[in-house]
Design a protein around this ligand. Structure first.
Ligand SMILES: [Zn+2]
Length: 314
Protein backbone atom coordinates (compact mmCIF):
# COMPACT_ATOMS: atom_id res chain seq x y z
CA UNK A 1 0.00 0.00 0.00
CA UNK A 2 1.44 3.30 -0.99
CA UNK A 3 1.02 6.03 1.50
CA UNK A 4 3.65 8.56 0.57
CA UNK A 5 3.38 11.28 -1.98
CA UNK A 6 4.43 10.77 -5.57
CA UNK A 7 7.13 12.90 -7.15
CA UNK A 8 5.30 13.94 -10.30
CA UNK A 9 2.18 14.94 -8.47
CA UNK A 10 3.19 16.46 -5.16
CA UNK A 11 -0.27 17.58 -4.25
CA UNK A 12 -1.85 14.25 -3.53
CA UNK A 13 -0.87 10.81 -2.38
CA UNK A 14 -2.38 7.95 -4.34
CA UNK A 15 -4.70 5.21 -3.34
CA UNK A 16 -3.89 1.65 -4.17
CA UNK A 17 -4.43 -0.09 -7.43
CA UNK A 18 -6.47 -3.22 -7.21
CA UNK A 19 -5.23 -6.75 -7.10
CA UNK A 20 -5.26 -8.95 -10.13
CA UNK A 21 -5.03 -12.70 -10.42
CA UNK A 22 -1.41 -12.59 -11.51
CA UNK A 23 -0.18 -9.71 -9.37
CA UNK A 24 2.00 -9.87 -6.31
CA UNK A 25 0.33 -10.27 -2.92
CA UNK A 26 1.97 -7.08 -1.77
CA UNK A 27 1.41 -3.83 -3.66
CA UNK A 28 5.12 -2.95 -3.58
CA UNK A 29 6.90 0.35 -3.26
CA UNK A 30 6.09 3.82 -4.54
CA UNK A 31 5.25 4.47 -8.16
CA UNK A 32 8.17 6.87 -8.45
CA UNK A 33 10.83 4.51 -9.79
CA UNK A 34 11.30 3.51 -13.37
CA UNK A 35 11.08 -0.12 -12.32
CA UNK A 36 7.68 0.32 -10.68
CA UNK A 37 6.46 2.22 -13.74
CA UNK A 38 7.35 -0.67 -16.04
CA UNK A 39 5.95 -3.14 -13.53
CA UNK A 40 2.63 -1.29 -13.57
CA UNK A 41 2.57 -1.17 -17.37
CA UNK A 42 3.34 -4.89 -17.51
CA UNK A 43 0.54 -5.56 -15.02
CA UNK A 44 -1.95 -3.67 -17.20
CA UNK A 45 -0.67 -5.38 -20.36
CA UNK A 46 -1.20 -8.80 -18.74
CA UNK A 47 -4.68 -7.73 -17.65
CA UNK A 48 -5.44 -6.57 -21.20
CA UNK A 49 -4.28 -9.88 -22.65
CA UNK A 50 -6.23 -12.05 -20.21
CA UNK A 51 -9.24 -9.72 -20.34
CA UNK A 52 -9.21 -9.93 -24.14
CA UNK A 53 -9.26 -13.72 -24.06
CA UNK A 54 -12.07 -13.77 -21.49
CA UNK A 55 -14.12 -11.16 -23.34
CA UNK A 56 -13.79 -12.37 -26.93
CA UNK A 57 -14.27 -16.03 -25.93
CA UNK A 58 -17.64 -15.09 -24.45
CA UNK A 59 -16.70 -16.14 -20.89
CA UNK A 60 -17.46 -12.72 -19.40
CA UNK A 61 -20.84 -12.57 -21.14
CA UNK A 62 -21.58 -16.08 -19.79
CA UNK A 63 -20.68 -14.97 -16.25
CA UNK A 64 -22.98 -11.95 -16.59
CA UNK A 65 -25.82 -14.15 -17.86
CA UNK A 66 -25.42 -16.73 -15.07
CA UNK A 67 -25.25 -14.06 -12.37
CA UNK A 68 -28.38 -12.43 -13.70
CA UNK A 69 -30.20 -15.79 -13.58
CA UNK A 70 -29.01 -16.46 -10.03
CA UNK A 71 -29.54 -13.00 -8.54
CA UNK A 72 -32.81 -12.25 -10.39
CA UNK A 73 -32.07 -8.54 -9.92
CA UNK A 74 -29.62 -5.89 -11.02
CA UNK A 75 -26.23 -5.25 -9.39
CA UNK A 76 -25.36 -2.01 -7.64
CA UNK A 77 -21.74 -1.11 -8.25
CA UNK A 78 -19.48 1.89 -7.52
CA UNK A 79 -16.20 2.40 -9.37
CA UNK A 80 -13.42 4.88 -8.67
CA UNK A 81 -10.84 6.51 -10.93
CA UNK A 82 -8.14 9.01 -10.02
CA UNK A 83 -6.28 10.65 -12.92
CA UNK A 84 -7.56 10.59 -16.49
CA UNK A 85 -4.32 11.20 -18.35
CA UNK A 86 -1.65 9.21 -20.13
CA UNK A 87 -0.02 6.99 -17.48
CA UNK A 88 3.53 8.15 -16.86
CA UNK A 89 6.30 7.47 -14.43
CA UNK A 90 5.26 8.16 -10.86
CA UNK A 91 1.52 8.14 -11.40
CA UNK A 92 1.03 5.10 -13.65
CA UNK A 93 -0.87 3.26 -10.94
CA UNK A 94 -3.50 5.98 -10.51
CA UNK A 95 -3.85 7.06 -14.14
CA UNK A 96 -6.02 5.89 -16.98
CA UNK A 97 -5.50 7.08 -20.53
CA UNK A 98 -8.29 9.27 -21.93
CA UNK A 99 -8.81 6.70 -24.70
CA UNK A 100 -9.36 3.86 -22.25
CA UNK A 101 -11.64 6.09 -20.18
CA UNK A 102 -13.80 6.69 -23.27
CA UNK A 103 -13.89 2.94 -23.94
CA UNK A 104 -14.92 2.26 -20.35
CA UNK A 105 -17.78 4.75 -20.66
CA UNK A 106 -18.85 3.03 -23.88
CA UNK A 107 -18.97 -0.34 -22.11
CA UNK A 108 -20.89 1.12 -19.16
CA UNK A 109 -23.38 2.81 -21.50
CA UNK A 110 -24.06 -0.51 -23.22
CA UNK A 111 -24.24 -2.68 -20.10
CA UNK A 112 -25.21 -0.50 -17.15
CA UNK A 113 -27.53 2.22 -16.01
CA UNK A 114 -25.26 5.03 -14.84
CA UNK A 115 -26.53 6.54 -11.60
CA UNK A 116 -26.14 9.87 -9.86
CA UNK A 117 -24.93 9.68 -6.29
CA UNK A 118 -28.46 10.41 -5.01
CA UNK A 119 -29.95 7.60 -7.11
CA UNK A 120 -27.31 5.22 -5.79
CA UNK A 121 -27.89 6.24 -2.17
CA UNK A 122 -31.63 5.89 -2.59
CA UNK A 123 -31.20 2.15 -3.24
CA UNK A 124 -29.09 1.79 -0.09
CA UNK A 125 -31.53 3.91 1.94
CA UNK A 126 -34.56 1.94 0.85
CA UNK A 127 -32.72 -1.38 0.97
CA UNK A 128 -33.69 -2.24 -2.57
CA UNK A 129 -31.81 -3.24 -5.71
CA UNK A 130 -32.11 -1.83 -9.21
CA UNK A 131 -33.84 -3.81 -11.93
CA UNK A 132 -30.89 -3.29 -14.28
CA UNK A 133 -27.22 -3.53 -13.40
CA UNK A 134 -26.31 -0.01 -12.27
CA UNK A 135 -23.11 1.85 -11.55
CA UNK A 136 -21.97 5.08 -9.91
CA UNK A 137 -18.80 6.65 -11.36
CA UNK A 138 -16.51 8.42 -8.86
CA UNK A 139 -13.12 10.12 -9.13
CA UNK A 140 -10.85 10.76 -6.13
CA UNK A 141 -8.35 13.50 -5.26
CA UNK A 142 -9.51 16.25 -7.66
CA UNK A 143 -6.88 16.25 -10.41
CA UNK A 144 -7.21 18.90 -13.10
CA UNK A 145 -7.37 16.24 -15.81
CA UNK A 146 -10.79 15.32 -14.39
CA UNK A 147 -11.91 18.65 -15.87
CA UNK A 148 -9.87 18.63 -19.09
CA UNK A 149 -10.23 14.94 -20.04
CA UNK A 150 -13.05 13.27 -18.09
CA UNK A 151 -15.64 16.04 -17.81
CA UNK A 152 -16.04 16.62 -21.60
CA UNK A 153 -16.69 12.91 -22.15
CA UNK A 154 -19.16 12.71 -19.27
CA UNK A 155 -20.93 15.79 -20.61
CA UNK A 156 -21.08 14.42 -24.14
CA UNK A 157 -23.23 11.55 -22.88
CA UNK A 158 -25.00 13.49 -20.14
CA UNK A 159 -23.52 11.22 -17.48
CA UNK A 160 -23.43 12.05 -13.77
CA UNK A 161 -20.35 11.44 -11.61
CA UNK A 162 -18.99 12.33 -8.18
CA UNK A 163 -15.57 13.87 -7.52
CA UNK A 164 -13.99 13.83 -4.05
CA UNK A 165 -11.71 16.79 -3.36
CA UNK A 166 -8.80 17.15 -1.00
CA UNK A 167 -9.33 20.64 0.46
CA UNK A 168 -5.74 21.88 0.74
CA UNK A 169 -4.89 20.69 -2.78
CA UNK A 170 -7.54 22.73 -4.60
CA UNK A 171 -5.91 25.24 -6.93
CA UNK A 172 -2.43 23.70 -6.76
CA UNK A 173 -0.48 22.59 -9.80
CA UNK A 174 -2.20 19.73 -11.65
CA UNK A 175 -5.20 19.96 -9.33
CA UNK A 176 -8.69 21.37 -9.99
CA UNK A 177 -9.15 25.12 -9.75
CA UNK A 178 -12.11 26.73 -8.02
CA UNK A 179 -13.71 27.99 -11.26
CA UNK A 180 -13.45 24.52 -12.81
CA UNK A 181 -15.11 23.00 -9.75
CA UNK A 182 -17.95 25.54 -9.91
CA UNK A 183 -18.52 24.90 -13.61
CA UNK A 184 -18.69 21.14 -13.16
CA UNK A 185 -20.94 21.48 -10.09
CA UNK A 186 -23.48 23.09 -12.40
CA UNK A 187 -23.31 20.21 -14.90
CA UNK A 188 -24.19 16.91 -13.24
CA UNK A 189 -21.01 16.52 -11.17
CA UNK A 190 -21.47 16.09 -7.41
CA UNK A 191 -18.55 17.14 -5.22
CA UNK A 192 -17.64 15.38 -2.01
CA UNK A 193 -14.88 15.72 0.56
CA UNK A 194 -11.67 13.70 0.74
CA UNK A 195 -10.17 15.39 3.86
CA UNK A 196 -7.94 18.48 3.86
CA UNK A 197 -4.48 16.92 3.43
CA UNK A 198 -5.13 13.30 2.38
CA UNK A 199 -3.74 11.72 5.58
CA UNK A 200 -3.97 8.15 6.76
CA UNK A 201 -6.92 8.77 9.06
CA UNK A 202 -6.33 5.75 11.28
CA UNK A 203 -2.91 7.18 12.21
CA UNK A 204 -4.31 10.51 13.45
CA UNK A 205 -5.65 11.40 16.86
CA UNK A 206 -9.38 11.96 17.10
CA UNK A 207 -9.20 15.76 17.16
CA UNK A 208 -7.18 15.82 13.95
CA UNK A 209 -9.54 13.36 12.27
CA UNK A 210 -12.49 15.64 13.05
CA UNK A 211 -10.57 18.69 11.80
CA UNK A 212 -9.65 16.96 8.52
CA UNK A 213 -13.25 15.91 7.91
CA UNK A 214 -15.02 19.10 8.96
CA UNK A 215 -12.62 21.58 7.34
CA UNK A 216 -12.80 19.75 4.02
CA UNK A 217 -16.58 19.94 4.06
CA UNK A 218 -16.71 23.68 4.80
CA UNK A 219 -13.90 24.49 2.34
CA UNK A 220 -15.71 22.83 -0.57
CA UNK A 221 -19.09 24.25 0.44
CA UNK A 222 -17.66 27.75 0.22
CA UNK A 223 -16.50 27.07 -3.34
CA UNK A 224 -19.66 25.49 -4.73
CA UNK A 225 -22.10 27.34 -2.46
CA UNK A 226 -24.13 24.23 -1.71
CA UNK A 227 -24.04 21.51 0.98
CA UNK A 228 -21.41 18.78 0.68
CA UNK A 229 -22.97 15.50 1.78
CA UNK A 230 -20.58 12.77 0.64
CA UNK A 231 -17.10 11.77 1.80
CA UNK A 232 -14.39 9.38 0.61
CA UNK A 233 -11.75 8.02 3.00
CA UNK A 234 -8.16 8.56 1.74
CA UNK A 235 -6.64 5.24 0.63
CA UNK A 236 -9.91 3.71 1.75
CA UNK A 237 -9.05 0.09 2.44
CA UNK A 238 -9.50 -1.75 5.72
CA UNK A 239 -7.06 -0.35 8.25
CA UNK A 240 -6.84 3.04 6.54
CA UNK A 241 -9.85 4.35 8.42
CA UNK A 242 -11.40 3.26 11.69
CA UNK A 243 -14.51 3.68 13.85
CA UNK A 244 -13.36 7.16 14.90
CA UNK A 245 -13.19 8.26 11.27
CA UNK A 246 -16.61 6.79 10.51
CA UNK A 247 -18.07 8.59 13.55
CA UNK A 248 -16.40 11.88 12.61
CA UNK A 249 -17.92 11.71 9.11
CA UNK A 250 -21.35 10.71 10.39
CA UNK A 251 -21.37 13.54 12.95
CA UNK A 252 -20.19 16.22 10.52
CA UNK A 253 -23.33 16.37 8.40
CA UNK A 254 -22.38 13.91 5.67
CA UNK A 255 -24.97 11.35 4.61
CA UNK A 256 -22.58 8.78 3.11
CA UNK A 257 -18.93 7.77 2.87
CA UNK A 258 -17.00 5.65 0.39
CA UNK A 259 -14.16 3.18 0.87
CA UNK A 260 -12.00 1.33 -1.65
CA UNK A 261 -13.04 -2.04 -0.29
CA UNK A 262 -13.93 -3.90 -3.46
CA UNK A 263 -17.41 -5.32 -3.45
CA UNK A 264 -20.84 -4.82 -4.93
CA UNK A 265 -23.10 -2.59 -2.86
CA UNK A 266 -25.63 -4.69 -0.98
CA UNK A 267 -28.55 -3.79 1.26
CA UNK A 268 -26.38 -4.83 4.22
CA UNK A 269 -23.81 -2.11 3.61
CA UNK A 270 -23.64 0.89 5.90
CA UNK A 271 -24.09 4.25 4.18
CA UNK A 272 -20.77 5.24 5.76
CA UNK A 273 -18.73 2.31 4.45
CA UNK A 274 -19.81 1.91 0.84
CA UNK A 275 -17.49 -0.27 -1.24
CA UNK A 276 -15.88 0.79 -4.53
CA UNK A 277 -13.81 -0.97 -7.17
CA UNK A 278 -10.59 0.87 -8.08
CA UNK A 279 -10.13 0.95 -11.85
CA UNK A 280 -6.70 0.89 -13.47
CA UNK A 281 -5.58 1.67 -17.05
CA UNK A 282 -7.28 -1.33 -18.59
CA UNK A 283 -8.50 -1.84 -22.13
CA UNK A 284 -12.27 -2.29 -22.48
CA UNK A 285 -12.14 -6.15 -22.32
CA UNK A 286 -9.97 -6.11 -19.18
CA UNK A 287 -12.22 -3.44 -17.66
CA UNK A 288 -15.22 -5.67 -18.29
CA UNK A 289 -13.41 -8.62 -16.64
CA UNK A 290 -12.68 -6.39 -13.67
CA UNK A 291 -16.09 -4.93 -13.04
CA UNK A 292 -17.98 -8.12 -13.86
CA UNK A 293 -15.95 -9.77 -11.08
CA UNK A 294 -14.07 -12.31 -13.22
CA UNK A 295 -10.65 -11.01 -12.15
CA UNK A 296 -11.77 -11.10 -8.53
CA UNK A 297 -12.74 -14.76 -8.84
CA UNK A 298 -9.38 -15.55 -10.45
CA UNK A 299 -7.55 -13.66 -7.73
CA UNK A 300 -9.45 -15.51 -4.99
CA UNK A 301 -8.67 -18.86 -6.65
CA UNK A 302 -5.00 -17.93 -6.96
CA UNK A 303 -4.78 -17.04 -3.29
CA UNK A 304 -6.58 -20.24 -2.29
CA UNK A 305 -4.16 -22.30 -4.41
CA UNK A 306 -1.22 -20.45 -2.90
CA UNK A 307 -2.47 -21.14 0.63
CA UNK A 308 -3.08 -24.80 -0.17
CA UNK A 309 0.40 -25.11 -1.68
CA UNK A 310 1.98 -23.50 1.40
CA UNK A 311 0.06 -25.83 3.71
CA UNK A 312 1.14 -28.95 1.77
CA UNK A 313 4.80 -27.87 1.83
CA UNK A 314 4.68 -27.58 5.61
ZN1 LIG B 1 -7.26 9.94 -2.54
Amino acid sequence: MKLQQTRECPAAAPETTDEMPFSSDTPGDTGSTLLSFFRERLRCACADLIGGILYYSGIIQLVVWIRRKVLKRGRLLIIVYHRVTRPCRGVADISISPQNFIEHLGYLLRRYRILSIDECLNYVHTRTYPERDSVLITLDDGYEDNYTNAFPELQKWGLPAAIFLTGDHIGKEQMLKEEQIREMAGHNITFGAHTMTHPLLSALDTVDIRREVWNAKTTIEKIINKPVRSFAYPFGSEGHFDRRAVAAVAHSGFNCAFTTIKDDVTVEHSLFELPRKVIADFSMPAFSAKIEGVFDVMYTLRRALHRAHTTVRR
